[in-house]
Design a protein around this ligand. Structure first.
Ligand code: DX5
Ligand code: ZN
Length: 231
């Protein structure tokens, strides 16, 4: 598919929202034109932070019809696939580093009826997902070390985004190519230029400025980056 024809998805990450007013955050994201919501599940083992589990995904599901992109930063992801799918996750994204048998995790997630994504930490080589690629609905290239919002984008991951773009195109895959971590108006265009199509934005969406202004600025910057990719 020509780069210019690809659908670009902005997915605000609720990790940066006010947990005491998630309904307000969801409404603001919808009103601002978000295409999906990103939910960061952290278990305190795979990453050194703890966030939330299926109960919160279910509560969000009850308040929006946007696709829910569930980022599983947890050990033994296959074991929890059913719970997150039943809670209403649209896509369950597991980390290849978290599973001894990533192909098994892909199967377990697809068996629930959810879509499946595979995520790579910044220091994990793209080769780790190559054998899974044809089965995936999403490849997620982390652009920070997972665990916390508000970190600085790591530009060293951009060649991996380009490699993923080339590999997906080579097999005719229309899977989303996601970037997550430090995505701002300054960095989103760089990722789009390398062929990313799905952009997780935490602190650049939920901050002291209006969410709709933030999303508008991110949309403009991502469209510009995608145009540079076409040239
Ligand atoms: C980090 C999470 C991200 C985080 C992004 O481990 O996976 O989704 O919420 O937040 P920002 O955009 O602020 O880096
Ligand atoms: Zn995330």
């Amino acid at each position: 598919m020509p780069a210019g024809a690809r659908r670009l998805t902005l997915a605000p990450s609720l990790l940066s929202a006010d947990f005491a007013d998630l309904s307000g955050a969801i409404r603001a994201a919808e009103a601002g034109g978000a295409d999906a919501l990103h939910l960061d599940v952290m278990d305190g083992h795979f990453v050194p932070n703890i966030s939330f589990g299926p109960a919160l995904v279910r509560a969000v599901r009850a308040r929006t019809s946007l696709p829910l992109d569930v980022h599983l930063m947890i050990e033994r992801p296959a074991q929890y696939a059913d719970a997150f799918a039943k809670a209403g996750g649209t896509t369950l994204v597991f980390h290849v580093e978290a599973s001894d048998a990533p192909a098994e995790a892909v199967r377990a997630i697809l068996a629930t009826g959810a879509k499946v994504g595979a995520a790579l930490r910044p220091d994990t080589n793209f080769e780790h997902v190559v054998s899974l690629l044809s089965k995936l609905d999403q490849v997620l290239v982390m652009s920070v070390h997972p665990g916390f919002s508000g970190q600085k984008f790591l530009p060293d991951v951009l060649p991996k985004v380009s490699a993923a773009r080339a590999a997906l195109d080579a097999i005719g895959s229309t899977a989303d190519l996601s970037v997550d971590g430090g995505i701002t108006v300054e960095t989103i265009g760089l990722a789009a230029e390398c062929g990313a199509t799905f952009f997780v934005c935490g602190n650049s969406v939920f901050n002291s400025a209006p969410v709709s202004d933030n999303l508008k600025n991110l949309r403009r910057a991502v469209d510009e980056g995608a145009r540079r990719a076409v040239r």
